[in-house]
Every structure is written in structure tokens, then in C-alpha cells.
Design a protein around this ligand. Structure first.
Ligand SMILES: Nc1ncnc2c1ncn2[C@@H]1O[C@H](COP(=O)(O)OP(=O)(O)O)[C@@H](O)[C@H]1O
Ligand SMILES: [Mg+2]
Length: 231
């Protein structure tokens, strides 16, 4: 029962896009996929359809009604802030052991593949002393680090890769999700990162709406699936 944790170098980098794309690819290849987005912030009950939880549920063919969202996303904050900040403001601090136990229970009962989307970047705090990285470390499941190709990503990506290596939780793959309108190409970004990221494989996803990324992305999701499901 493979489970994979999807994190990123920051917020809005493409975790949901990559998780949903991977889920669709796997389902098209006859895998049964479940999704979790255990902690959400900026949650607006009047706009369920736009939420990460809804996008993920749709990618696995489930209707994104409130009940389904509540079951995959038990920690929901209204404020569009980090979970620790939102928790302080809303008087609902996350119980970190409870969060680990929730993910662990889902991993244990997964029949086939479980994809867990983190929140924000790798070291966004859940509580006063626990971050997303601590959750990855506690769960001990393969992870994907999603990074952009914007100018500035090299330092952000290598910082994240370095801290993961120090904790002994190298990602199964670094996925470069193309940033719209970047002066830096995917290929040159890979060249700059390659040496520093060794032995972690670097894969890339093309930006949709530029050329014909559908086929390229299907091939990329295939490679990501091969890497993470055998990690
Ligand atoms: N490769 C891509 N092509 C087109 N749009 C993308 C791509 N990656 C991300 N996006 C869009 O960029 C926005 C941020 O991506 P998202 O996956 O929500 O980031 P995160 O989950 O890391 O916060 C979303 O609107 C998403 O649909
Ligand atoms: Mg997201």
C-alpha cells in the first residue's frame, strides 16, 4: 500500500496540480487512488469547489461535497495563513500527534495508493514546534518535493533539499513544475540543480497552456509514478 507525501519549496508552487495529475495518471492505469489534504487554510465554506480538497477529490472521481472534504481534511482554517498562525487566531491549535495518527490510520487502511498533500512549503509550522518536515519524518513514507522554475528557485530548492537530506528524508523525486513566464528554462534549471541534488532524480512538468504539454506531462507523471511507487 504505497503512500506518498507531496510537499513543496513554498506555497502556490504546484502541490495540488502535481498531486491531482498523478492521481489521474494512476487511475488511468488502473490503480485505486485515495487522497488526503489533512490541513487546509483559507477554507471558505461558500467556495468549496475551489479548495485543494475539492480538486483532489475530483481527481480521484469523488464528489467534493462537504462530508467528503471533512473526511480528507479534518483540520480546516478560515484564515489564509500558516496553520500555526491560523490556529492561534482561531483558537484551534493542531494536535500534532493526532495529525500523525490520522495520516497513519489512512496509510494503514489504504488498499492501493494514497497521496497526501502537505500545506505551504516544507517547513511551514503546524504548531509552535512542529513543521511539515516533522510530519514527513514521523510518517516515514516517500515524498515528492515540488519546486518552481522561477528565477530564485535554485536557492529555495537547494535549501529544502539540504534540510531534507540532513533529516534523512530525501525525497523520492524533485519535481520542477514550470513557472509561467520565467526567464529561466526548465532545462537550464535542471543543469544548475543536478549536481547538488544527486542522487535524487529530477523530473519536470510543463506549464499547461504553452505548446502541447499534455503528452509531455503524461510521460512525466508516468516517471513520477514509477519512482515513488517503487521508493
Ligand atoms: N504546470 C501547471 N500548468 C498550469 N497551471 C498550473 C501548473 N502548476 C500549477 N498551476 C496552477 O497554479 C496555481 C498554484 O498551483 P497549486 O497546485 O494550487 O499550488 P500549491 O498546491 O503548491 O499551493 C493553481 O491555480 C494551479 O492550477
Ligand atoms: Mg495546494
Amino acid at each position: 500500500m504505497p503512500a506518498v507525501f507531496i510537499t513543496a519549496t513554498g506555497t502556490d508552487i504546484g502541490k495540488t496540480f502535481v498531486t491531482a495529475g498523478l492521481a489521474r495518471y494512476l487511475r488511468a492505469h488502473n490503480r485505486k487512488v485515495a487522497v488526503l489534504k489533512p490541513v487546509v487554510s483559507g477554507f471558505d465554506i461558500a467556495a468549496l469547489a475551489g479548495s485543494d480538497s475539492a480538486v483532489l477529490l475530483e481527481s480521484v472521481g469523488q464528489r467534493p461535497d462537504l462530508g467528503a472534504i471533512e473526511s480528507i481534511s479534518p483540520w480546516r482554517f478560515t484564515a489564509p495563513l500558516s496553520p500555526d498562525m491560523a490556529g492561534r487566531l482561531e483558537g484551534e491549535a493542531i494536535d500534532f500527534p493526532g495529525l500523525v495518527a490520522f495520516c497513519r490510520a489512512a496509510i494503514d487502511k489504504t488498499g492501493d495508493v494514497l497521496l497526501i498533500e502537505g500545506i505551504g512549503g516544507l517547513m511551514v509550522p503546524f504548531t509552535a514546534n512542529k513543521t511539515v518536515l516533522d510530519l514527513i519524518e514521523a510518517l516515514r513514507i516517500p515524498s515528492i518535493l515540488v519546486a518552481g522554475t522561477y528565477v530564485g528557485t535554485l536557492s529555495h530548492t537547494l535549501t529544502a533539499m539540504d534540510v531534507m537530506a540532513r533529516r534523512g528524508v530525501n525525497p523520492a523525486a524533485l519535481v520542477l513544475n514550470e513557472t509561467a513566464g520565467s526567464a529561466a528554462s526548465i532545462a537550464e534549471t535542471v543543469v544548475s540543480l543536478r549536481h547538488f541534488c544527486d542522487p535524487v532524480p529530477i523530473l519536470s512538468i510543463a506549464r499547461e497552456g504553452t505548446g502541447n504539454p499534455a503528452d509531455i506531462n503524461a510521460a512525466s507523471f508516468g516517471k513520477i509514478a514509477d519512482l515513488v511507487l517503487t521508493a
